[in-house]
Design a protein around this ligand. Structure first.
Ligand code: KG4
Ligand code: ZN
Length: 359
């Protein structure tokens, strides 16, 4: 089955064609195109919804065309169209959703509505990209694994920090939802905290990669840490997160060592995220742990979680960095394992769609 997928929740306009072969195998990426209005948001230090929506309008047709043409795919070879209908910015979402509806009408194809947050976790159900495969071919490619359920999932993006338990694929044709929300942020998301702290430090948008790069300049890893930031809610036996206090603490510090401060911000965020995941692993004994969302591209988080899970039976899945940030491949993957064809007339944007809520 070939699915053309579209993603326009925020500031990325993305199109992809994926191929699903069997529910027990990862999906294959046939094409993936991502256009970002990040450069424009750098000037404003964050996303301006109106600007993001206008950029979506400019990019959507070229992006979808490129995704389809690069696999020399004709409309007849596409079995369905998947689109992220929420959560996200309403103006941005509308661009992708209306494009998907128009294509579905013209080509007479079903649409599969996808939750953007759930899709971030489905990055772990995508087979290696051809680029990686060529590199690994020389080193004997391992057999490709697919996550098993139950799974603990952590979505860490610019707008969300959600920790969930998945008993299976969430949305089957019977409409069953098998995602249980354990905890979420009470205020700022982890990515938002990176972005806001970066702004305080005078670093560019998006803040996550900028803080990571600044932190990497720190020389001696063994150097005694001079700055100590709070680890919000860390000592409490709950699964919720809170990051706004961390940002306030950063705003109150006199910045005389930017590198040291960037390092400590990254440590504080990563420690809290890892502690919560490990607690969920102890309690639920899952077969898999799935990471997803832009912050999952963070090397320190990846290293730290891998090290902590080494002695556990749960297998850790972390997507390739380009599948952590917004893209359409993950939308197609989520649609393949949760195949719920819907006529275009019934598709609506759902800007506030929560990770554990039915459509
Ligand atoms: O998932 P995503 O691309 O978009 C949303 O759905 O929000 O996530 C974007 C967020 C931004 O806050 C960005 O600063 C953060 O992901 N991010 C990172 C890294 N790359 C992106 N945070 C920490 N380290 C990174 N390497
Ligand atoms: Zn996202």
């Amino acid at each position: 089955m070939r699915i053309l997928s579209i993603e326009t929740s925020c500031d990325e306009t993305a199109g992809a064609v994926i191929k699903g072969v069997s529910p027990t195998q990862p999906v294959k990426v046939l094409s993936s195109v991502v256009a970002s209005s990040e450069e424009m948001h750098k000037k404003t230090g964050g996303i301006v919804p109106e600007i993001a929506a206008r950029e979506q309008l400019k990019c959507i047709i070229p992006v979808v065309r490129a995704a389809v043409q690069s696999v020399k795919s004709k409309a007849q070879n596409i079995d369905a169209i998947a689109v992220a209908v929420g959560p996200g910015l309403v103006g941005s979402l509308l661009v992708g959703v209306e494009t998907a509806r128009s294509l579905a009408y013209a080509w007479e194809k079903p649409i599969i509505p996808v939750n953007h947050l759930v899709a971030h976790l489905y990055a772990n159900f995508v087979g290696e990209s051809s680029k990686l495969k060529t590199q690994r071919a020389k080193q004997q490619v391992k057999s490709q694994n697919i996550p098993e359920f139950p799974a603990i999932g952590l979505v860490v993006s610019g707008g969300h920090t959600d920790l969930v338990v998945m008993e299976g694929h969430p949305s089957t044709s019977s409409g069953q939802v098998a995602i249980k929300l354990l905890g979420r942020t009470r205020d700022d998301a982890a990515g938002e905290c990176f972005d806001k702290c970066a702004r305080i430090l005078g670093l560019p948008y998006p803040g996550g990669p900028a803080i990571a790069a600044e932190a990497a300049k720190r020389k001696a890893k063994s150097e005694k840490r001079k700055i100590k930031l709070p680890r919000p809610l860390m000592q409490e036996s709950i699964y919720d997160f809170s990051f706004s206090g961390l940002k306030t603490a950063v705003a109150r510090i006199k910045i005389d060592n930017k590198t040291e401060l960037a390092y400590e911000i990254q440590e504080a965020i990563v420690e809290v995220l890892v502690e919560r995941v490990m607690r969920a692993v102890e309690e639920f004994r899952p077969k898999s742990v799935l990471l997803g969302g832009g912050v999952a591209a963070n090397s320190r988080l990846r290293e730290s979680l891998s090290a902590k899970l080494k002695r556990q039976s749960a297998k850790l899945f972390i997507p390739e960095p380009e599948l952590c940030t917004d893209n359409a491949v993950v939308i197609g993957a989520a649609a393949y394992y949760n195949y719920r064809p819907t006529p275009w007339q019934k598709i609506r944007v759902n800007p506030g769609w929560e990770i554990n809520a039915p459509i």
